[in-house]
Design a protein around this ligand. Structure first.
Ligand SMILES: *Cc1c(COP(=O)(O)O)cnc(C)c1O
Length: 422
């Protein structure tokens, strides 16, 4: 399809009540590229095509300049120094490099790692791999509000513990962990602290100094940058963190991550960080307002709904709600012009309830009937109105057809019913 036809198609998408459909409200999965980021990247995809590692000519120098500016922009956003930024292909690689890199480098010191059950798969599966290789991993449960307990972390520490890896903010339920407290504990105990910072960096203030973070993974495509590029912060003083490289080659990135740098992507990541830092305060206020407004609409119109996750320690753009007594799949089908995520994960052919929601103690049914709304920079109040109205409408219709809901309304205690099979 030609670009012109594509643009025409986009412009001809149906418009309802001032919003263009479909509506994207899944900003924890990925975000649209900010046009300002694209503009910064374009020269590096055309004229400035040198290899940033080419030290002996103009083409290389210009590419390197773009990369080094990005390093500064990223470092500034998280309170680091440019030398502490290592470029990766994204946060999956960053998490792998941090956790495996530390585990291998500090193997003689100990073989124990502490994490929590609600981490992203990029952390959990990395830990599982290490277990196969002889490491011991503690997967801490979380509290019913989704937060990890600092006391639990302390109690799990042994003389063998070399690393604690706890995410800054959760990608499903939006809760923000007590990172500064965890960092303080780890530094007091001489244990390295890694955090998967993907959902927090650029969204809420993050500072590796005041938070005592030793390693932090981030990725561009969750902060309106391009896909396939990210960075790992690796502390250089107090303490100086060493990593065993996971990709060997030309010794790029201080030997920690070989491979020719994705210059245009890196420039985009840098620009995305600069914008996020400059607009954070206003963005927090706007998204928190929209989120609370949406929650208010649900609560005014519907009964038997609940928010998931601690709302006092929460990402501005996240709302995760359970709509009890409706079937998750029917709910999603009823709102098929809206992109959100459900509390179900498609693992192979079956629909599994989300392991994060289950870790909060939710039953399978409630997990399946949960929706994650991920508000972002380009969502408008008109869109929030459309989404909330459509969802309320769908829930009401589905409940009209739900015998369970009828029984509950009539005051029948569902837990006391002896179900018989027919
Ligand atoms: C998206 C995400 C990742 C994976 O990042 P990629 O750059 O897509 O590999 C890791 N952790 C969290 C919390 C995420 O939301």
């Amino acid at each position: 399809m030609s670009l012109a036809t594509e643009i025409e198609l986009l412009e001809s998408t149906p418009v309802h009540k001032g919003v263009q459909l479909p509506i994207y409200m899944d900003n924890h999965a990925t975000t649209a590229l900010d046009p300002r980021v694209l503009e910064a990247m374009l020269p590096y995809m055309t004229k400035i095509y040198g290899n940033a590692a080419s030290r002996n000519h103009q083409f290389g120098w210009e590419a390197e300049q773009g990369v080094e500016l990005a390093r500064e922009q990223i470092a500034k956003l998280i309170g680091a120094t440019p030398k502490e930024i290592i470029f990766t292909s994204g946060a999956t690689e960053g998490n792998n490099l941090a956790i495996k890199g530390v585990a291998e480098m500090y193997r003689e010191k100990g073989n124990h790692i502490i994490t929590q059950v609600t981490e992203h798969k990029a952390v959990l599966d990395t830990c599982k791999r290490l277990e196969k290789n002889g490491y011991k991993v503690t997967y801490l449960p979380v509290q019913p509000d989704g937060l990890v307990s600092v006391a639990d972390i302390e109690a799990a520490m042994t003389t063998e513990t070399i690393l604690v890896t706890i995410m800054y903010a959760n990608n499903e339920i939006g809760v923000v962990n007590p990172i500064a407290e965890i960092g303080k504990l780890c530094h007091a105990k001489g244990v390295l602290f890694h955090t998967d910072g993907v959902q927090a960096v650029g969204k809420i203030p993050v500072n590796v100094q005041t938070d005592n973070i030793d390693l932090l993974s981030l990725t561009a495509h969750k902060i309106y940058g391009p896909k396939g590029v990210g960075a790992l912060y690796v502390r250089r003083r107090n303490p100086r963190v060493q990593l065993n490289a996971q990709i060997d080659g030309g010794g790029h990135e201080r030997g920690m991550r070989s491979g020719t740098l994705n210059v245009a992507g890196i420039v985009g990541l840098g620009k995305a960080c600069e914008i996020a830092g400059a607009e954070m305060e206003a963005e927090i206020a706007r998204l928190t307002g929209l989120r609370d407004y949406m929650r208010g609409k649900f609560e005014a119109a519907l009964d038997y709904i609940a928010v998931n996750g601690n709302m006092d320690h929460h990402l501005p753009g996240n709302l995760n709600m359970s709509f009890v007594y409706v079937e998750g799949e029917s709910l999603l089908m009823g709102i098929n012009d809206i992109a959100v995520s459900s509390g179900s994960a498609c693992t192979s052919a079956t629909l599994e309830p989300s392991y994060v929601l289950k870790a909060l103690g939710l039953g399978d049914d409630v997990a399946h009937s949960s929706i994650r709304f991920g508000l972002g920079r380009f969502n408008t109040k008109e869109e929030v109105d459309y989404v909330a109205d459509k969802l309320i409408d769908t829930v009401l219709k589905l409940r009209e057809l739900s015998p369970l809901y009828e029984m509950v309304k009539e005051g029948i205690d569902l837990t006391k019913i002896e179900w018989t099979a027919h």
